[in-house]
Design a protein around this ligand. Structure first.
Ligand code: C2E
Ligand code: MG
Ligand code: MG
Ligand code: MG
Length: 281
C-alpha cells in the first residue's frame, strides 16, 4: 500500500483527511442531534466559603449523556461545538437551563446560592450574545442577581477591547463576571485593573504547586493579595486536600471548589445533597 501511494503522497493524505473529516462530520451530526434530543445535561459543583464553610454557589458544568456510551466530558465535545459554531446554540441551552434551575432554587427560598455558567470565547465574541442573555432573563422575568458567567483568561486577553465592552454590557444587567483559569493566560497587570470583573478563579495547576514548593506558595499568595487589592473575590479551583484548603484559608482566599468538598453532581443530587439541608435549617 505504501509503495502505491509513495509516488502520490497527496493521495495518502487525502485519504487520511477524508477519514478525519468524516469522523468530525459524524460527531458534528451527533452533537446536533444531541441538542435536539435533549441529551446535554448540567452537573453542578459547589463552591464554599473558606472561612464559614457555607455553600455560596453552584458551577454548572455541561456533559453529553450519549445514550450509547454514557456521559461524555466537555473536553471531548466543546472544541467541536466551537469549530462548528454549534457552541452558540448549546451555550444558549446551558444558560437557559442554569437560569431555570437557579430560579427554582431561588423561589424555594435559597436566594443566597448563586449559579455560575461557563461561557466560550466564541459566545462572548458573538455580537448577539448580550441580546441572548437579555432574552434568557426576559423569559424568566427575573433579575439575575445571583447569576455569574465564567470566562477563561486567555479568551479575554485575545481581544481585550471587545471583551471589555461586552463585559461592561453584561455587568450592567446585574450579572457577575469571573475570570476562569486565572494565571494561565498571561494577563498584564495593567489590563487586569481595567477589566470589568468581580472574581478571579485561581487555576488548579497553581493550587497543586502551592503545596509543592515555596515558589508555588508565593505565587498563590501573590494572586490572592493582588485580587484583594483590586477589590476582587478569589476562588481556588481544584482543591483536593485538607492541606490545600487550610493553606488557602490562611492566605485569606475567599472560596474554594474541588473534589475535597464535592465533585460535580447531577442537578437532582445537588438539590438533595446540598440544597435541601439548607431549607431545613
Ligand atoms: P472549568 O470551568 O475550569 O471547570 C473546572 C473543571 O475542573 C471541571 O471539569 C471540573 O469537573 C474539574 N474539577 C473540579 N474540581 C476538581 C478537582 O478537585 N480535581 C480535578 N482533577 N478536577 C476538578 P469539566 O467538568 O470536565 O469541565 C472542563 C471544562 O469544560 C471547564 O473548565 C470549562 O472550561 C468547560 N465547560 C464546562 N461546561 C461548559 C459549558 O457549559 N460551556 C462552555 N463553553 N464550557 C464549559
Ligand atoms: Mg469554570
Ligand atoms: Mg476553571
Ligand atoms: Mg481550570
Amino acid at each position: 500500500k505504501k509503495a502505491k501511494t509513495s509516488g502520490f503522497p497527496y493521495l495518502f493524505y487525502t485519504q487520511k483527511m477524508t477519514e478525519a473529516m468524516a469522523h468530525k462530520l459524524s460527531l458534528e451530526n451527533q452533537l446536533r442531534q444531541a441538542l435536539d434530543n435533549e441529551e446535554f445535561v448540567l452537573h453542578y459543583q459547589p463552591k464554599v466559603n473558606l472561612a464559614s464553610g457555607k455553600l455560596t454557589s453552584a458551577e454548572a458544568l455541561i456533559r453529553w449523556n450519549d445514550p450509547r456510551t454514557g456521559l461524555v466530558p466537555p473536553a471531548r465535545f466543546i472544541p467541536i461545538l466551537e469549530e462548528t459554531g454549534l457552541i452558540n446554540d448549546v451555550g444558549r441551552w446551558a444558560l437557559h437551563k442554569a437560569i431555570d434551575d437557579y430560579l427554582r432554587w431561588h423561589n424555594a427560598g435559597l436566594a443566597a446560592v448563586r449559579v455560575a455558567v461557563n461561557v466560550s470565547p466564541l459566545q462572548l465574541r458573538d455580537r448577539g450574545f448580550s441580546g441572548q442573555i437579555l432574552q434568557a432573563i426576559d423569559i424568566h422575568e427575573q433579575a439575575p442577581s445571583g447569576l455569574e458567567l465564567e470566562i477563561t483568561e486567555s479568551l479575554i486577553m485575545a481581544d481585550v477591547k471587545h471583551s471589555i465592552a461586552s463585559l461592561q454590557t453584561i455587568r450592567a444587567m446585574g450579572i457577575s463576571i469571573a475570570i476562569d483559569d486565572f494565571g494561565t493566560g498571561f494577563s498584564s497587570l495593567s489590563y487586569l485593573s481595567k477589566l470589568p470583573v468581580d472574581t478571579l478563579k485561581i487555576d488548579r495547576s497553581f493550587v497543586i504547586e502551592m503545596t509543592e514548593s515555596s515558589e508555588g506558595l508565593l505565587l498563590v499568595s501573590t494572586i490572592i493579595n493582588l485580587a484583594h487589592s483590586l477589590k476582587l473575590k478569589v476562588v481556588a479551583e481544584g482543591v483536593e486536600t485538607e492541606e490545600q484548603a487550610s493553606m488557602l484559608r490562611r492566605l485569606h482566599c475567599d472560596e474554594m471548589q474541588g473534589y475535597l468538598f464535592s465533585k460535580p453532581v447531577p442537578g437532582e443530587i445537588f438539590e438533595t445533597r446540598f440544597l435541601s439541608p439548607l431549607l431545613l435549617k
